[in-house]
Structures are given as C-alpha cells and as structure tokens.
Design a protein around this ligand. Structure first.
Ligand SMILES: CC(C)(COP(=O)(O)OP(=O)(O)OC[C@H]1O[C@@H](n2cnc3c(N)ncnc32)[C@H](O)[C@@H]1OP(=O)(O)O)[C@@H](O)C(=O)NCCC(=O)NCCS
Length: 178
C-alpha cells in the first residue's frame, strides 16, 4: 500500500482516468462524469495505491480559514473520501482519514466534513455539530454562483485537532460548501 499526496495540476492522464472511475463508482448516480470534483478543485488529494499501482482510495483536502462566531479559525476540510468496493472494510478509509488528520495537526484548529453516515467518523473522534452555516452557493450542474446560503446543514461533523474548542452558533465558510 502506498499513499501519495498530489495536486490536480500534477495529475497525469492515467491517474485522472482512474480517479474519475473511482469517484463515479463510489458516488454512483451523482458524481459528475467529466471532472474530478463536485463544485471546486480540492487543494490537494491523498491517493492510495496497491503495490501493483492500482488506485483504490482517495481523499481530497480543502484547507482554509473560516469564521466561527466571529473568530477566524483554520479548518481542514475532508472531501469525497472513498475506497474501491473490493477494498472496503479493511481499514483503508480509516487510514486515509488519519493521514489527512496527520497533515492537519500542525496547520489546523479543526478538521471538518459532511457525513452521510456518522459511524466511521464518530469512531475516529469526530462529533456531529449543529451550527448555522453561511456559504457561497455553487450550482454543481452549471458551475455557477447562485447566491449565499445561510442555514443549518445536515451531516456537519468536526474534530478538534489544535488547542481551540468548537462552539455552536454561526459558522461562516468564507467560500463554497463541499
Ligand atoms: C466510507 C468509506 C470510504 C469507508 O472505507 P473503508 O475502507 O471501508 O473504511 P474502514 O474499513 O476504515 O471502515 C469501515 C467502516 O466504515 C463505516 N462506513 C461504511 N460506509 C460508510 C459511509 N458511507 N460513511 C461513513 N462510514 C461508513 C462502517 O462502519 C464500516 O464498518 P464495517 O466495515 O464494519 O461495515 C467507503 O465505504 C466508501 O468509499 N463508501 C462510498 C463513498 C462514501 O460514501 N464516502 C463517504 C462520504 S461521507
């Protein structure tokens, strides 16, 4: 097993093709077929390869400032975590998650994600939070800005990785919501 950090500008055609296949297979029906992101390119990605160079796992990272109740905080966002069906339930999703966290510890106050199912994340110390979010709305079909959203969003989970404690209240994403 190899984990490799990469940037989209450095992805070659072969890796792009395999990543597209993995994303579409992992998020069937919903993942765009012609690009490697829903709304915006992540800042970097961690890819997992078998020893014979088969791409079997992915996590995208979005590193940015957010505003939590008036305080600027450093947040590492987890995007499109996925593992190929044949390699699930063997700890690879957890490994990708902890690798993303490892890279966040020095640089971030919180790791943040949106979970469809909480189980994997609560096992790894994430907690469901209930903040009112403000974000830049992007229509993922037209890739156009359509306004500012302001409401509670299902599935928001965070992990404290620095010295700051999370607080309920208002969370301004200072950008799009992944
Ligand atoms: C979620 C996912 C990345 C987990 O990968 P994995 O390598 O199987 O993860 P691990 O082996 O470390 O942990 C497995 C546990 O994750 C949990 N899990 C399974 N699907 C999950 C999901 N969609 N979201 C959160 N947790 C999930 C289960 O508790 C599972 O335990 P089990 O194997 O006993 O059933 C993988 O199931 C996947 O790619 N799913 C499709 C894409 C997806 O839904 N990604 C999450 C977006 S929020």
């Amino acid at each position: 097993m190899k984990l490799i950090k990469t940037y989209d500008m450095d992805l070659n055609e072969e890796w792009s093709t395999h990543l597209q296949e993995l994303l579409i297979a992992s998020f069937p029906e919903v993942y765009p077929k012609e690009r490697l992101f829903f709304k915006q390119i992540p800042h970097c990605r961690i890819l997992a390869f078998t020893s014979d160079n088969q791409l079997i796992g992915h996590v995208g990272l979005d590193y940015r400032m957010m505003n939590l109740n008036g305080k600027a905080v450093r947040v590492m966002g987890i995007i499109d975590l996925c593992v190929s069906t044949a390699h699930r339930s063997q700890g690879l999703g957890s490994l990708l998650l902890s690798e993303a966290e490892k890279r966040s510890r020095e640089s971030s106050d919180f790791v943040l994600l949106f979970a469809d199912h909480e189980k994997l994340y609560s096992k790894h110390g994430y907690k469901a939070v209930n903040n009112t979010c403000k974000w830049l709305k992007i229509d993922h079909e037209t890739l156009a800005t359509i306004g500012i959203g302001c409401q509670k969003v299902e599935g928001l989970m965070i992990k404290e990785v620095g010295t700051l404690s999370w607080s309920e209240g208002e969370l301004d994403f200072l950008g799009y919501l992944y």
